[in-house]
Design a protein around this ligand. Structure first.
Ligand code: EPZ
Length: 424
């Protein structure tokens, strides 16, 4: 397994291009199952999750996947679905695989999909995906670790209120409702930009959807959907991650393609911390004035609140802030695994359940640390940029799932960072 070595202390100056959103692409790719005509996704991120895992899953269902321009263009064509079973051995590698359930059910009236199981940050149940599909008339049977779904007379429009906001469940049901007979109203729907991007793509394919991005989405089902070409929205989590980099080191970095409207709550917290964030014609420029950043409190929430996917990265910054900050993780039950690793670097963090209290120290010290999930991995790299000495982040395969070529993007701005090939 590869490791990444970071030598701290270099100011960052330069530009970082922001890629297409992993979490948008992971729901846009399954949308191809809704149409017999090809779906072309441009601005796709070059990530192992996308190119390897989701592509393999879709190919196992009979979808032809062509990856062009070094992975930035994905052409997906499902003239027919030759296999309606998504096997556990693929699904367990990536939870987003559950997103083939709604489209297959809507297209052909039946699907068998492995339950994804949990992951490091939580149990990650899919009960809301299933309840939402049942509201559209799906008949579901859970046995031997699989969801056996049927809709012999096709799906029909229905009204469903999500008891809690769920990004994936909203995506699954939104895709299914696009081909259901009649009108569907989704209440307490997720409002993430990736939902809006999915709706934009479905509308390009001929779907009739109103209200994406608000808590109430209305879908008028259609008989069939056409092919389309759709540009994947920029990745707001990669954007937020790299906006933080100069906040650790000092300097000035421009994030090419960055959109402030996608990260408003996050940018407000950066401003509170004393970091300058401004829109430019090419994206977003972040400048860290000298001196320490201010300690800032954070509570994660569904969009438009502070994203849980940026909590670990922001906590890493608060480790050397001037004062004490309290971070509350309210989306996932176990998303502080970066804390003990940051403490190995000298951070002072007290974790009580879903609340972490961080007391800023002058400097972190480089150390060998272990990544446990995608966002924890990158928070350790960010911490290493400012730490004294050398930080070795191990198990970076997590990182490659969500960040394309992180060492290239950071070293282009002056970071001393390199990847060391692991054995095996
Ligand atoms: C998506 O996961 C993202 N993944 C996550 O990003 C992100 O953290 C999350 O949304 C929240 O924004 C992708 O888009 C591929 P949820 P998802 O359903 O859809 C509970 C990353 O780092 N829940 O909004 O799985 C759930 O346990 C990843 O890129 C149920 O109880 O998240 C959680 O506590 C990590 N039942 C809360 O809802 C369900 O059926 C929010 O989960 C579904 C979810």
């Amino acid at each position: 397994m590869d490791s990444i070595i970071v030598k701290g202390g270099q100011e960052l100056h330069g530009q970082i291009p922001i890629a297409g959103a992993k979490n948008a692409c992971l729901t846009l790719m399954p949308a191809t199952l809704l149409s017999e005509e090809p779906l072309t996704l441009t601005n796709a991120p070059r990530l192992s999750d996308i190119i390897l895992t989701m592509s393999r899953l879709l190919e196992s269902l009979g979808v032809e996947v062509s990856s062009l321009q070094d992975g930035q263009v994905q052409v997906l064509s499902s003239k027919s679905i030759s296999n309606h079973k998504a096997d556990y051995d693929i699904v367990r590698k990536m939870r987003a695989s559950i997103l083939v359930l709604g489209p297959m059910l809507a297209r052909d009236g039946h699907a068998v999909v492995s339950l994804p199981g949990g992951c490091a940050i939580g149990a990650r149940p899919v009960d809301l995906h299933l309840k939402g599909l049942e509201a559209l008339g799906a008949e579901l049977d859970l046995r031997d670790g699989y969801v056996h779904a049927k809709a012999p007379k096709g799906l029909r429009g229905g009204v469903f209120e999500f008891p809690i906001v769920s990004v994936g469940a909203t995506e699954n049901v939104l895709m299914a409702a696009s081909l259901a007979k009649g009108t569907t109203v989704l209440k307490n729907a997720a409002r993430e930009p990736e939902i809006v991007d999915l709706a934009d793509c479905l509308i390009r394919m001929g779907a009739q959807i109103d209200g994406a991005g608000t808590s109430t989405i209305t879908i008028q089902g259609v008989d069939r959907l056409n092919g389309a070409t759709h540009p994947v929205i920029v990745d707001r989590i990669e954007l937020g991650t790299y906006m933080l980099a100069p906040a650790f080191t000092g300097g000035e970095v421009e994030l090419l393609g960055g959109r402030l409207d996608l990260v408003e709550a996050f940018a407000a917290k950066m401003d509170e911390a004393g970091i300058s964030v401004e829109a430019t014609k090419n994206g977003i420029k972040v400048t860290r004035k000298n001196g320490r950043v201010n300690a800032v409190n954070v509570v994660t929430a569904p969009h438009p609140g502070f994203p849980t996917d940026l909590q670990a990265q922001f906590m890493a910054l608060m480790c050397t802030a001037d004062g004490t900050s309290v971070l509350e993780e309210r989306i996932f039950e176990n998303r502080f695994m970066h804390a003990p690793e940051l403490m190995r670097m000298g951070a002072q963090i007290d974790v009580q359940g879903g609340t972490a209290t961080v007391t800023g120290v002058d400097k972190l010290k480089g150390a060998p640390v272990m990544a446990t999930d995608l966002r924890a991995s990158v928070s350790l790299i960010l911490a290493g940029l400012a730490a004294e000495g050398e930080t070795v982040v191990n198990r970076v395969y997590h990182l490659d799932r969500g960040y394309e070529r992180v060492e290239e993007k950071l070293s282009a701005c002056g970071a001393q960072i390199e990847r060391v090939k692991g054995n095996g």
